[in-house]
Design a protein around this ligand. Sequence first.
Ligand SMILES: *Cc1c(COP(=O)(O)O)cnc(C)c1O
Length: 412
Amino acid sequence: MFNDTSSEVGEEPPLSSVFESLKQFKSAGRGYWVDVPSEDWNNWRWQLKNRITSLSQLQRLMPTLTPEEHAGTLLADTKLAMAITPYFFNLIDLADETCPIRRQVVPRIEETHTAAWELRDPCGEDSHSPVPGLVHRYPDRVLFLVTDRCASYCRYCTRSRLVSNASGYDFHPDFDRQIAYIREHSRIRDVLLSGGDPLLFSDEKLEHLLRRLREIPHVEFLRIGTRIPVFLPQRVTEALCAVLRKYHPLFISVHSNHPRELTSEVRDALGRLAEAGIPLGNQSVLLRGVNDDPALMRALVQKLLMCRVKPYYLYLCDLIAGSAHLRASVRKGLEIMESLRGHTTGYAVPQLVIDAPGGGGKVPINPDYVINRNEERVLIRNFEGTLYEYPEAADGTPMVAAPREIEEPELV
Ligand SMILES: *Cc1c(COP(=O)(O)O)cnc(C)c1O
């Protein structure tokens, strides 16, 4: 061993009290909607009907609206519509122009600043679509886009070309054609439903789709990508859970970026899904001014575990047109990964990935823990920076001890 340190566990810097407070599960509260009857507030269809979708609503509800947000909202309807559920709006700190919740859903004029290397379809999905609404990028699994609608719209949406239909893409999935393709390709064992948000469908429509997919013998595994539990936890009813649990193995990937999004309402909704036997993962996007901070990210992943959710992927923000103001660096991503591995529960550590621009798929990005190799050993470092050697020959064969000289037994 190089630096022979004692086996004592190093002192961890404590999370500051600000980050510690982010671990509390508070309700989003009612905000402007205190007079709305509970049965409306808790009804997901009421939440959808009362979303904030126009500049005039935003001006009324957000006295601190900045000129950049004002101008951005005016233009949103030609690019990616604005929609914010009243529930999620209540998480915005109206006094804070830099609020991380606000940055995710309130449009800004920077969305119209586009660079040559930014793309309308950053992951090259359209070029990997054998039939509209089905992306077949990896050999054994497909991405099945079921709708162009979400409960609220993330300003950095990788699918903004089609989501909300503001730019006139006119996405009309044809389930018959999509399902026929899956049926005809027996290599497809994993179907990922996304969009848009599949959990916006009625229970009946969702069940119909799940049933048709389950009827295909080679489809082993189903999953749903959704931000509904975060934007609209009211949608996660017992009736929905009763439908989902009939189609196991079914996993759900949620999308949460900031510990403040994990309210008591969200924790309870995730708990209902977990009680239905659904393994839960989380996908976060690394966003500048939202979650590009090691202590904040640690609070997020630990709080996710408390919600029975395993952090799955941490994405570098795709090169979607007009997202430069929200993109954080690869360097920052690596710094965050180093601050997590070893410093917190292994289950809490997501995989950092870049979805390769142009359509290469997800590429894992990892800090280097192998320092170098030579003829007889691999030199590694641990999370504290201490170096260790792993004996191994250059060609990878394990080092074997030289045979010990065997003494001839003495003959009497
Ligand atoms: C992300 C993605 C998948 C699923 O990838 P996993 O690494 O299995 O989670 C499948 N298809 C497409 C097109 C994707 O973008």
